[in-house]
Design a protein around this ligand. Sequence first.
Ligand SMILES: [Zn+2]
Length: 326
Amino acid sequence: MTMRLASFVANMTRMIAKKKSSPSKHQVKRAEWKLRRAGGLQILEAPALERIGWLVHGFSTRPGGTSELASGDAKTERVLNLGFTEWDSREHVEENRKKFFHAIGADKMRAVMLRQIHSDVALRVDSQAAESAEAPQGDALFTREPGSLLVVQTADCVPILLADTKRRAVAAIHAGWRGTLRRITAKTLGRMQMEFGTRPEDMIAALGPGIGRCCYEVGSDVARDFHAQFPNAREWFEGPFDALASGENDPNWLPWLTMMPPGHQPPPLRAHLDLIAANRAILAEAGVPPRRISSSGFCTACRRDLFFSYRRERTTGRLMAAIGIR
Ligand SMILES: [Zn+2]
């Protein structure tokens, strides 16, 4: 109970702090991104990418599709589900994908998708590569070939799109906490440096809608892993990061330390992780100028009117982020 009260107070303090500083940095960032209406859908676009004439890109949103998602009270909601899920039919997903690709102007492009496994595997896409029926395993795609549309799917994890404005190369990345921990964004950039001669200072990075710090509660396992990997990990967490990272709050030890009978221990501590801040920092550390990194400012769990949140809803759809060279 005291934990709940503490987190309530922390939330209130945050809300008040946000109201005082207006306009906050957060709000300015959000204003930069826009929702464009196209073919009955709303496509989220990063202005820094939208300005580049030789590429197509877009982040999908929830409304406007043909899938029927049960929303309680025996009602169904029409949504743009772009991933094959148990509750949805293949036909609906394929129709939705067609609508999305059309809305971003990528009808004629070859869509390349992954079987995402929360890894740090980045795959290069070549037009010469043999077409395989099965999607390759990995969590990032990069290319310099026109005509290929690189696609990642998310529902809380952060979709990240990269564009090298000098060498004309692009990448699409799926970064959840595991991929972030493994520095998938920096590794993808590293591959582009090695294979295309990409310079980090020529890179534009767009971090799409993912679960925000406001809603992303994690335990000691995640805190400990981040603490082991990043000297500045503390900056991306809100809450008792040090206690979690040091293992002081290990549930196996707690009963001994507090001398409480089993079942009467306080609930394990939790902290909030900011995946956007972590990926921003990883990109900046890799040499991408901070002014060339932008984020949508949307939290998928807060904005279930616009996005899908696996954490919040469990039974839900999948969003897509796509980028390609015309
Ligand atoms: Zn949120």
